[in-house]
Design a binder for this molecule. Structure first.
Ligand SMILES: Cc1cc2nc3c(=O)[nH]c(=O)nc-3n(C[C@H](O)[C@H](O)[C@H](O)COP(=O)(O)OP(=O)(O)OC[C@H]3O[C@@H](n4cnc5c(N)ncnc54)[C@H](O)[C@@H]3O)c2cc1C
Length: 513
């Protein structure tokens, strides 16, 4: 869909690609098969391919005559991409690379004709020393030595093809290096970063369908002489699904819009936030939808148990949510670090005026302050209907900024090791991005007079209030001395369990005498 028109594709913008994702998302296996082909399998050729590579490969990939796959993961290398062992060695005549290695869990691995393969190659650096670096290659099945294993028996997306792919002395012409020799890590990250945002619209599409399916059931199934839809605990589930769909849709289209701006802006943090948010909401909402049907939801006669199994993969592939949370937090902190370095250095050196300024700032914060960043009021971008939520966002942003400064001062570069802290930083950032997206969308919907904008205001205000209170709690957990911070206890429990590799409490029926 995003292959440029000159190569026979539709040349869709990121926004239109997201729109198509809503339809594709109605079936998990189809969504994954298509994504493996176009969002990761052939994307490298669009992003990093030469003119000749594009002309040679894209037309038949765009028409579907050829299927693509993305081959990165190996038995000993999952999240740790840099540790891959597949190797490509330049032939003596320097015309070919000889590719050897095995990849696992490759979507479309059994169907694909064209593979984007990542392998270690020897690269001579500027100081003339030889180093192993990752290089990306376009590999045709017809090059020879390419085989695949049988389809994996998976929990979900069982209609998609996932298998091992082996390369044995596969001769890959040097013209098929994708991007620069040694630049494969960047190619892989660019491919993965460029497609993640669409998970938001894919899941939103699925949730909208799910709401329709379960609403029909809830409005007709009677228990205790009432329709299920009359019970508060069932109503709550519909509000949850609508709210999550609204937020992820807003985040996904905001990100797609930014990506469509000229100059290829880097939206990798935003895309990662959309992926984490939408994958976790998918899992939560499908589970709640299944619950609306009670026992019927558990039965294979209905599609809900399949949808539940299908959605579980979203938290694992395209970068696990753990790795993405670290990426979101560390990239954000790196940016903050660059801005705050001078001030933090002054504080460390004990510069009297900076210290006094910081203490008085903290005192003012502790008695509560009104934060005004200009979102509301006459010149503000936010509509008065969501002004209270905008003030909540402004307050969260201010105190988050203060917390980030404290964290950087406390940990410096060693913050990289503080995963529980980084996770909280990422969670706050995801909430702030979600709040920004819904406030912007709801304000526009009111101003241009879209139908049901009152409903949008409700959803935006509910989400912002929930995110605001979650953020306040998370901010308090980031304070070393607050009672909400249980990190030390959590680490201790984990250490004790992992030391024995078991649950170590005595059985409740155990007696000492
Ligand atoms: C159905 C399916 C389809 C797939 N399709 C493809 C494909 O088309 N192409 C392809 O190349 N790959 C594919 N994959 C592989 C997928 O991308 C990997 O499974 C994923 O990257 C995670 O790697 P891993 O499974 O080895 O887990 P690991 O990296 O071993 O991680 C295990 C757990 O530890 C966590 N973890 C790891 N490192 C850290 C850390 N530093 N800090 C905190 N937590 C950490 C992870 O988040 C995870 O929860 C597919 C996988 C599946 C299941």
């Amino acid at each position: 869909m995003q292959v440029p028109e000159e190569y026979g594709g539709l040349g869709l913008s990121n926004t239109l690609y997201a729109r198509m994702g809503e339809i594709v998302g109605l079936d998990g296996s189809i969504a994954v098969t298509l994504a493996a082909h176009q969002a990761i399998g052939l994307k490298g050729i669009i992003l990093a391919g030469s003119k000749e590579q594009k002309a040679k490969y894209l037309p038949r990939l765009a028409s579907g005559e050829h299927i693509a796959a993305f081959c990165l993961t190996e038995p000993s290398s999952g999240s740790d991409v840099a540790s891959i062992k597949t190797r490509a060695t330049l032939s003596e005549d320097k015309k070919y690379y000889i590719l050897n290695g095995s990849k696992v869990w490759i979507t479309n691995g059994g169907l694909a004709n064209i593979f984007t393969v990542f392998a270690k190659t020897q690269v001579v650096d500027s100081e003339s020393s030889v180093k192993d670096k990752i290089t990306a290659f376009i590999v045709e099945r017809d090059f020879g030595g390419v085989t695949n294993g049988k389809p994996e028996d998976k929990l979900g997306i069982r209609g998609s093809n996932t298998c091992e792919v082996h390369f044995e002395n596969t001769r890959v012409p040097v013209e098929n290096v994708l991007g620069e020799v040694g630049g494969g890590f960047k190619v892989a990250m660019n491919i993965l970063n460029s497609g993640r945002f669409s998970m938001g619209s894919v899941v939103a599409g699925m949730l909208k369908k799910l709401i329709e399916m379960t609403a029909e059931y809830a409005c007709t199934r009677k228990q205790f002489n009432k329709n299920l839809s009359e019970f508060g605990l069932i109503q709550e589930k519909f509000a949850l699904m609508a709210q999550k769909a609204y937020v992820m849709e807003s985040m996904a289209y905001l990100t797609a819009g930014m990506l469509d701006r000229p100059g290829f802006p880097d939206c990798s943090i935003e895309a990662a936030m959309v992926k984490v948010f939408s994958s976790e909401c998918a899992w939560q909402c499908v589970s709640e939808a299944l619950q609306i049907l009670g026992g019927s939801g558990y039965m294979r006669d209905y599609p809900y148990e399949r949808m539940l199994r299908d959605t579980r993969i979203l938290l694992i592939f395209e970068g696990t949510n753990e790795i993405l949370r670290m990426y979101i937090a560390l990239t954000g902190l790196q940016h903050a670090g660059r801005i705050l370095t001078a001030r933090i250095n002054e504080l460390k050196r004990g510069n009297v005026s900076t210290v006094i300024e910081t203490i008085s700032q903290k005192l003012r914060d502790s008695v509560g302050r009104t934060v005004n960043m200009g979102l509301t009021g006459k010149l503000g971008a936010v509509h008065p209907s969501v002004a209270d939520s905008a003030s909540k966002l402004e307050e969260n942003v201010y105190y988050f900024g203060r917390t980030v400064e404290t964290l950087l001062l406390r940990f410096g570069k060693t913050i990289v090791e503080e995963q529980m802290i980084l996770k909280r930083v990422a969670n706050i950032l995801i909430n702030l991005y979600g709040m920004t997206a819904v406030l912007s969308r709801a304000s526009r919907s009111i101003r241009v007079g879209l139908p049901n904008h009152d409903h949008e205001v409700l959803l935006a205000n509910i989400y912002c209030a929930e995110a605001y209170y979650q953020n306040l709690f998370t901010l308090s957990q980031l304070d070393k001395y607050s009672p909400e911070n249980l990190d030390e206890q959590i680490k201790k429990v984990s250490e004790q369990v992992l030391e024995k590799r078991a649950y170590i409490c005595a059985h409740p029926l155990e007696r000492t005498s």
